[in-house]
Design a protein around this ligand. Structure first.
Ligand code: F6R
Length: 598
């Protein structure tokens, strides 16, 4: 995790601070910068959000042409100023994203050599090692290259060394890094989102390629002379993303779903999806984390039902550690909004090493997962800033729905008329979602009541179990109310013991083939005096005697698109509960948008 950035330009502090603002989604426990100014490295750091750093910087006038910056998501060591980056040793200052796994051995060795450490981080060994080798009369390039031969783990590093005529060094192993040469200077960042208007062309360095950036040029170290820097267009370049009329990015992103689905329903991507031969597939395995995993859970039900394909789903952090069986003609699909999630990336690399066919479903084009998979389909959600994923989830589902239709078509498993109906259902999505958003006041009322509780249970059945899980995850993430989700039929196998008047139960209960079963589960809840809340259509209402703020009414919805629709009230419930409780919606505690460590 963590965002790193660097600039070599006339007034380097400005692009670095701007970039840190754009990278804050990668972590916001603390931030800091180092600047080469008057032949001296000055380092300023602050605990907490970037604004705290900006406030500190506003009290002094710092100028310089070479600057690095960092926004942290704490792994090793508490979120305080000492552990904030950059870490400095003598004339060397370093920002790091990743984890140095052998830092304890390195630290011990350095301490024996007389080095003193300030922080509890793994990262601090890097400037110490570079400094150690510089003291042995190595050149900066040699000292950095020698240092990285000692490091085990993953890293993307930005390195300032005093006395190198405003050179900035960048190198990576396993962690994401992007370099750019603009008209006014050279830049590096954890990802393209961090770069500003002067960065329309970007380069993704290879592992352990040492890069020197200065005002005039970007150079690869001598070892890499055979490699050419191959620039690609930066799709994120200079896009200013604002909240508009909304009070948070998450709220804006929830409302954006209507237009996004309108666009996805008019665009026909079948040609693209037909690149995959579904006809001969024996199995699909879908691998992802968090919200993306819940999208995979829903997708499984569509592939099975409409295309009769065997589908397995797995949590990315588990996949490669459980000796998964990859069979002939198996397609492995990796779902990731960011395209940088370390666990998903590692799972993709594992599948590739076993010669599996790989497909990535990503939001960020050009992300590492997008670049490494054999096939890549974008989900077209646009930049998602709120840490809690909303529009990326619905777009993942929408694209999965289309891919499942393509699979159904190729395998001729359902009648053409049914396929047509699936397509027509899809077209209704934006209009139904619009209606639900118009009724948001009803969800505000439900949130008001529910936010009084400390624990909430969510229930669903079939594909809607994954939506209940996603609803519980959203609520936990931004309101910090403890929430868990179950397939409703599982209630009686244990969780029912939790039910009493202090344990509200939210049931997703639109009309479908499981409604009768679900009604029995609802009876079980009411019989235990647990406060009941239902998200369902009018056909359910007559069976339950609930107050206005305990029932959120959905319109009648075709079954195939129910999961995509049902998540909208879940998102609203989390949003309004967090608002009522006065929580930070876009930057909830302990989280980061892009999880680039294992
Ligand atoms: C929850 C959330 C996370 C991510 C997960 C995977 O709101 O955003 O659970 O879904 O960290 O991230 P990606 O999709 O970027 O791989």
């Amino acid at each position: 995790m963590c965002g790193i950035i660097g600039a070599v330009t006339e007034s380097a502090i400005e692009p670095v601070l701007e970039g840190l603002g754009r990278l804050e989604y990668r972590g916001y426990d603390s931030s800091g910068i180092s600047i080469l100014s008057n032949n001296k490295i000055q380092t300023i750091k602050a605990q907490g959000k970037l604004n705290n750093l900006k406030e500190r910087l506003s009290m002094q006038s710092l100028e310089g042409k070479c600057c690095i910056g960092h926004t942290r998501w704490a792994t090793h060591g508490r979120a305080n100023v000492t552990n904030a980056h950059p870490h400095q040793c003598g004339q060397v200052s370093v920002v790091h994203n990743g984890i140095i796994e052998n830092y304890l051995q390195l630290k011990q060795q350095l301490m024996q050599w007389g080095h003193h450490f300030d922080s509890s981080t793994d990262s601090e060994v890097v400037p110490h090692l570079i400094n150690h080798y510089l003291a042995q009369q190595m050149s900066p390039e040699e000292a950095i290259e020698k240092t990285i031969t000692q490091l085990k783990g993953s890293y993307a590093l930005g390195i300032l060394i005093n006395g190198t005529s405003n050179n900035l060094y960048a190198i990576k192993q396993g962690s994401p890094l992007v370099i750019s040469q603009g008209n006014n200077g050279a830049y590096m960042a954890s990802d393209a989102m961090g770069l500003g208007a002067d960065s329309s062309k970007i380069y993704y360095p290879k592992d352990n390629q040492l890069i020197t950036l200065n005002n005039h040029e970007i150079k690869l170290c001598s070892r890499s002379l055979n490699t050419k820097i191959h620039y690609v267009n930066n799709k994120h370049c200079s896009k200013v993303i604002s909240k508009g009329e909304h009070s948070s990015f998450m709220e804006k992103e929830i409302f954006e779903q209507v237009d996004l689905l309108k666009k996805l329903s008019v665009n026909n991507y079948y040609d693209k999806y037909s690149a995959i031969n579904f006809k001969d597939l024996n199995k699909i395995t879908i691998i992802a984390c968090g919200t993306s995993y819940y999208a995979a859970s829903v997708a499984k039900t569509w592939f099975e039902k409409y295309a009769n394909i065997l589908v397995e789903i797995d949590i990315a952090s588990e996949y490669r550690y459980r000796s998964p069986i990859i069979i002939d003609n198996e397609l492995t699909i990796f779902v990731s909004q960011s395209g940088e999630t370390a666990d998903t990336l590692a799972a993709l690399r594992y599948a590739k090493s076993k010669s599996a066919q790989t497909l990535a479903l990503v939001n960020v084009a050009n992300s590492t997962i997008a670049r490494e998979a054999k096939f890549t389909f974008e989900i077209y959600a646009g930049p998602e800033i709120g840490v809690a994923s909303t529009k990326a989830f619905t777009c993942q589902l929408a694209i999965f729905y289309k891919i499942a239709m393509e699979a159904a078509k190729q395998r001729s498993f359902i009648e053409p008329s049914e396929l047509k109906e699936l397509a027509l259902n899809f077209m209704q999505l934006p209009y139904i979602i619009e209606k639900i958003l118009q009724n948001r006041t009803d969800m505000k009322m439900m949130a008001k009541k529910l936010s009084n509780y400390s624990n909430i249970l969510f229930l669903g059945r079939g594909a809607l179990t994954a939506i209940a899980q996603e609803g519980a995850l959203k609520l936990k993430e931004i309101s910090y109310i403890h929430a868990e989700a179950y397939a409703a039929g599982e209630l009686k196998h244990g969780p029912i013991a939790l039910l009493d008047e202090k344990m509200p139960v939210v049931v997703i209960a639109p009309k479908n083939n499981l409604t009768d079963k679900l009604l029995s589960n609802i009876q079980e809840v009411q019989a235990r005096n647990a406060p009941l809340f239902i998200i369902g259509d009018s056909s359910i209402r007559e069976y339950v005697n609930l107050q206005e703020d305990e029932f959120f009414e959905l319109p009648l919805i075709p079954e195939s698109i129910l999961p995509i629709i049902s998540v909208i009230p879940m998102q609203l419930l989390a949003l309004y509960s967090a608002k009522i409780l006065g929580k930070n919606i876009d930057q909830p505690r302990n989280l980061a948008k892009s999880v680039t460590v294992e």
